[in-house]
Write a protein that binds this ligand. Structure first.
Ligand code: PXP
Length: 251
């Protein structure tokens, strides 16, 4: 049995830095520390409004990841400006996400079914350029079918609604959403898509997601960075990794 990879999203180190407009804390230093403490990959979202990660951060992250032989996963909107940056940068992976300026974080998955005309050529250009492309979608059959049709190699299922249902104490809804994630993972994997999960994952909710056997990678950011305030990044990473591994081993 293979254990799921842990991709660490370091966006919110940049959020803290940008609150003062200076250079500290540097998300590249955080990425280095994460790599030295067991991260399997680094994820960073270059948003159109550059509210956290900057173009310069991304370029420095790519240098670090190449030096350490660790995959860099660039999250971005499926728009021409970002596609050009990703073509120049050649990150190991690109994850296409929906983006609305007024949102606080990435709310909901990409509508691969509704926007296939916009998404398909971007996936083709990025794939031809050597990046593995994933689509951040809801675990719904028509979005999985559309992702394959658009040419994606990977789907990352949005776990935010599941996390929210648990936070709200709505166990019935959480169970239904977990079932939907499990079914989607099976379907996507049977169709030859690699399955990832991400958004809103914490020590408390990661177990059920890590236990989904088709899941190859979990991308986790906000909670790990927040928890680092209390325990430090190495300890927060170790705890998350232990919980993921234990959940997978015990299935
Ligand atoms: N995966 C994707 C595609 C995302 O957009 C995000 C949030 O930027 C994450 C994972 C990480 O979510 P969180 O910060 O809630 O752990």
């Amino acid at each position: 049995m293979s254990l799921p990879r842990l991709g660490v999203n370091i966006d919110h180190v940049a959020t803290v830095r940008n609150a003062r407009g200076g250079v500290h804390p540097d998300p590249v230093d955080a990425a280095r520390l994460a790599i030295e403490n067991g991260a399997d990959g680094i994820t960073a979202h270059l948003r159109e409004d550059r509210r956290h990660i900057s173009d310069d951060d991304l370029a420095r992250l790519q240098i670090l990841c190449l030096e350490k032989n660790i995959p860099l996963n660039m999250e971005m909107a499926a728009v021409a400006e970002m596609a050009k940056i990703a073509i120049d940068l050649k990150p190991h992976a690109v994850c296409l996400v929906p983006e609305r300026r007024e949102e606080r974080t990435t709310e909901g998955g990409l509508d691969a079914a509704g926007h296939h005309n916009q998404i398909t050529p971007i996936i083709r250009d990025l794939s031809d350029n050597g990046s593995r492309v994933s689509l951040f979608i809801e675990s719904l059959p028509h979005q999985i079918d559309a992702s394959l049709k658009c040419g994606a190699q990977v789907v990352e299922f949005h776990t935010g609604a599941y996390a929210h249902a648990l936070d709200d104490g709505d166990q019935a809804k959480a169970d239904q959403l977990l079932n939907q994630l499990q079914e989607g993972a099976k379907k996507a994997s049977d169709m030859g898509l690699e399955v990832h999960f991400g958004h809103g994952l914490t020590f408390d909710n990661v177990g059920a997601i890590a236990a989904i056997p088709e899941g190859m990678e979990l991308n986790i950011g906000h909670f790990i960075i927040g928890e680092s305030i209390f325990s430090g990044l190495p300890a927060a990473l170790k705890e998350m990794r232990d919980r993921m591994d234990q959940a997978r081993i015990s299935i």
